[in-house]
Structure formats: C-alpha cells, structure tokens
Design a protein around this ligand. Structure first.
Ligand code: AMP
Length: 212
C-alpha cells in the first residue's frame, strides 16, 4: 500500500471525505491545504486578511503562502508514517515546488465527476464546527438536523455559495486540471470515478490503489 499520496480533482468531488477515511484506516496524515488555510484565516493577522480575500472569491491563494504553510505542516512528526496531500498541488508551479522541496509522491489519485454532481454536492455540504466532519444534506444527512454526531453545530462554508463555487470550478479548469496530464506523463496517475455514494467511491479507491 502506498503511503505518500496526492489527491487531485475538482471541488466537490469528495476528495476530502475519501482522504479522511483512507488516512484514518491506514494511519496516514491527512494534509488538506484548504483546512490549513481555513485555520489560518481565523487568526487576526495581516496574513489571515490576505488569505481570506482570495478564498472568499474562490481563487487560489498565492503559491508562496500555501507552500510555507504546507512545509510547516510537513515538519510535524506524524507525517513520517505517510501522508495524503488533499488539495495540493493546485497548479503546475506548485507541483514543481513540491518536487524541489523533496516531498515524495508515489501515486496521484485523480477523482472525477460531472459538473451537475459537483454543484449539488458542494451546495449540500455542511461541516461540523468542532470535529470538521463533513455531511451532505442530500446524500449523507446528519441524524439530527444541523448537528454533528459529536454534538457540534453544522455550518455551510462561505465559499460553498453558488457564485463562489462557479469561480472555484473555473479556477480548477484553468489552473488545476493541467496537473492530470502532468502526472499521467510521469506514470503516477490513478483515476477514480467520484460518482455515487461515499461508500462506492471508497471501494473504487481501494481497488484502484491496490491495482497500481
Ligand atoms: P478546498 O478546501 O481544498 O476546496 O480549498 C478551499 C480554498 O482554499 C480554495 O478555493 C483556495 O482559495 C484555497 N486553497 C486550498 N488549497 C490551495 C492551494 N494548494 N493553492 C492555492 N489555494 C488553495
């Protein structure tokens, strides 16, 4: 089983949900640059304000800012057992930054789904304020409305609003999708159909990474 993975795919495809599950099952560090940036913007610093302005518009945060935060996270001891990079790299420059920094990548899992599915998944997404568990009001609703199983309150990410979602999808098409060819060329790409339930996708994910 690979222990150094990159998860690639459009917003809403379910990368985060799958990464969290695979990481828990195989004791890997789940490193989501989106989560790191969301933590960053909670602080009252000039950096937080700068990052927030990009995220609110659905555009990518500047490469050097994300790289610094990522490398700081990569220095934590839990990373030694293996990791899943979820949401990084997001453009070709970041892929080269990763190589330059000596971060190993054994396999890149590319999740795909049609645009209608992506939009419904994102607009239905609700996240727990306490444990960050992600639900979907259409596909994976919480048992109690608005509440996570841990008791935390569920909220909708401000960048999951429809106008911001469209901007994120455009940003993905223009900047991130060229990474599919980039990693295919390197023989690292493994493709997983992101349609259906989280269970379906997880099953396909396990099959795909075992078959590589
Ligand atoms: P995510 O949770 O992965 O959908 O990321 C949410 C937002 O965080 C994105 O729309 C970007 O604004 C920002 N972001 C996350 N990862 C990156 C990255 N690798 N490079 C630049 N911006 C990022």
């Amino acid at each position: 089983m690979f222990r150094r993975l990159v998860f690639l795919g459009p917003p809403g495809v379910g990368k985060g949900t799958q990464a969290r599950r695979l990481a828990a099952e195989f004791s890997l560090a789940h490193i989501s640059t989106g989560d790191i940036l969301r933590e960053t913007i909670k602080q009252n610093t000039p950096l937080a304000q700068k990052v927030r302005s990009y995220m609110e518009r659905g555009t990518l945060v500047p490469d050097e800012v994300v790289l610094d935060l990522l490398l700081e996270r990569m220095r934590q001891p839990d990373v030694r057992r293996g990791y899943i990079l979820d949401g990084y790299p997001r453009n070709i420059k970041q892929a080269y930054d990763l190589e330059k920094a000596g971060v190993a990548v054994e396999v890149v899992v590319y999740f795909y789904a049609d645009e209608e599915t992506l939009i419904k998944r994102i607009s239905g997404r609700r996240t727990c304020r306490l444990c960050w568990r992600v639900y979907n009001i259409y596909y994976d609703p919480p048992k109690v409305d608005g509440r996570c199983e841990c008791g935390g309150e569920l909220f909708q990410r401000s960048d999951d609003r429809e106008d911001v979602v469209r901007a994120r999808l455009t940003e993905y098409e223009q900047k991130t999708s060229p990474l599919v060819q980039h990693y295919k060329g390197k023989g690292l790409l493994c493709e997983v159909d992101g349609g259906g339930t989280p269970e379906d996708v997880y099953r396909r994910l396990l099959q795909a990474i075992e078959a590589v």
